[in-house]
Structures are given as C-alpha cells and as structure tokens.
Write a protein that binds this ligand. Structure first.
Ligand SMILES: Nc1nc2c(ncn2[C@@H]2O[C@H](COP(=O)(O)OP(=O)(O)O)[C@@H](O)[C@H]2O)c(=O)[nH]1
Ligand SMILES: [Mg+2]
Length: 239
C-alpha cells in the first residue's frame, strides 16, 4: 500500500454557497489562481487550500444543488465563515440564498461569520470593469458601458445580511457594520474579490488564535487527498 501523505489539518474552514451560475467557482478561481476562465465546471464539491500567513485556510466550493442531496449541511459542518453568493443581475439568485441555502448553514460553527457577495458587477457597474493587471492580455476586454440591468441593489443585500444575523441569533455588536460584510465583486475583472476573502480572514483570526491558545493541543493530521477522494465519491451523485 502506498504511504499516506499527511498534511496539517486546515486551521480555518470557509464555504462558498449560492445558486448555480452565480460565479462561485469563478470567484475561487480568481482568488486562488488569479485569473478568469469562461468555462469552469464544479463536480460536486471541491476545496482549495490557501496559506494566510502561518495559517492554512480551506475554502470549500459547492455545486449549488446540494440541498437536493443533503450534502450542503455536510459541507458547512465546522465552517467558521460562509460566503453567500448571488448574481447582481438576478433577483432570484438573492432570494434563493434565503429560501434554499440559509438552513444549510445550521451545521456551521455557532459563531460562524457571514459575507453576502453579489458577483458579476462588471455587467452593471463601470467601476467593476477595471481589469486587474494579473490577467493575461488575451483575457482582457476593453471597458464598455454596462448594458445589463442590475436587479439587486446593495441595500437589498444588506437587508438580507441583517435577516441572516437575526436568524442565526448572532450578536451584531460584536460584528462589523453590515455594509462592510456585503460586497459587490467581479470574478471576471477581479474587482473586490480579494477584499471578500481578506476581510473574512482578518475577522476570523483573533478568535482562532484565542481558541488555539485555550486548547494548546497539537493540531491533528488528516490526509487531505483521502478526504477529497471521499467527498468526490459522495458527491458523484450530483453530476
Ligand atoms: N460577466 C461575468 N461573468 C461571470 C462572472 N463570474 C462568473 N461568470 C460566468 O458565469 C458563469 C457561471 O460561473 P461559475 O463560476 O461556473 O458559477 P457557479 O456555478 O456559481 O460556480 C460562467 O459562464 C462564468 O464565466 C463575473 O464576475 N462576471
Ligand atoms: Mg461552480
């Protein structure tokens, strides 16, 4: 039998949820790979590892149909942060967050923090069309006047965020102002994408360090390859 490759357990788990096609995989791809591809498929769920200083952060991508298969709550188990993603050109995609995805977060940590992210802002907002310099020249498109109607205003996202805080019975006094946790992004141009992840990391770190100091136990090890293989088998029914 080949030797198992052991990797330190991720310190912090984050999950990205939202309807199909809102751009979850593209956001993760933009953040971790610094680029944009028009076609990215999500087979079941996958996770990405991000090194943030000395910390390992796992960010779990989901296919968007988890609620039909009972997998969504499994992905959220132990999550310290959840990114609820919608498409700014689709009111329906915002509504879905509340109707289909919020209950899946019941298995997350009780002090889990939330960000509400409206993606595809490049379609509606000229300032989101400024392309990040990391992109390959072939991927560049000149800015143009947005023609797609913006169906979701920032205030609608903030109102949803406030309902989430209420539903989760979180203490709003210990959290940043709701406006700071609602983002409009473009995975296509890179607009505001780093801000989402980095705001969450910075928010999570103090409580992680505090918990770590309290337990003072050595991090157990898990084999991430095995774990990923197992998740893949479980989620093959989604495709
Ligand atoms: N214009 C634009 N299209 C995007 C953006 N993000 C994703 N897309 C496109 O939306 C579609 C769905 O993206 P994907 O990341 O697969 O969505 P997912 O199903 O939520 O993971 C793809 O055709 C992407 O190219 C964005 O920020 N702007
Ligand atoms: Mg996807």
């Amino acid at each position: 039998m080949p030797p198992l490759r052991k990797t330190r357990k991720p310190d912090i788990k984050m999950v990205i949820l939202g309807d199909m096609n809102v751009g979850k995989t593209s956001l993760l791809h933009r953040y971790t790979e610094r680029g944009f591809k028009d076609t990215l498929s999500t087979v079941g769920g996958a996770f990405f590892l991000k090194q943030w200083g000395p910390y390992n952060i796992s960010i779990w991508d989901t296919a968007g149909r988890e609620q039909f298969h009972g997998l969504g709550s499994m992905y959220c188990r132990g999550a310290a942060a959840i990114i609820l993603t919608y498409d700014v050109t689709s009111w329906q995609s915002l509504m879905q967050l509340e109707e289909r995805f919020l209950t899946l977060t019941d298995s997350a940590n009780s002090d889990c923090v939330f960000a509400v992210v409206g993606n595809k802002a490049d379609l509606t907002d000229p300032c989101a069309q400024v392309i990040t310099t990391e992109d390959t020249p072939a991927g560049l498109t000149p800015p143009h006047t947005p023609t797609v109607y913006k169906q979701v205003a920032q205030e609608d996202a903030v109102a949803l965020y406030n309902r989430i805080i209420h539903y989760k019975a979180l203490d709003s006094h210990t959290l940043p102002p709701p406006e700071d946790m609602c983002f409009e992004t473009s995975a296509k141009t890179g607009y505001n994408v780093d801000a989402v992840f980095e705001t969450l990391f910075e928010l999570l770190l103090p409580s992680f360090i505090k918990n770590q100091a309290l337990t003072q136990t050595e991090s157990p090890t898990v084999c991430l390859e095995d774990c990923q293989e197992e998740e893949k088998k479980k989620s093959e029914c989604c495709v």
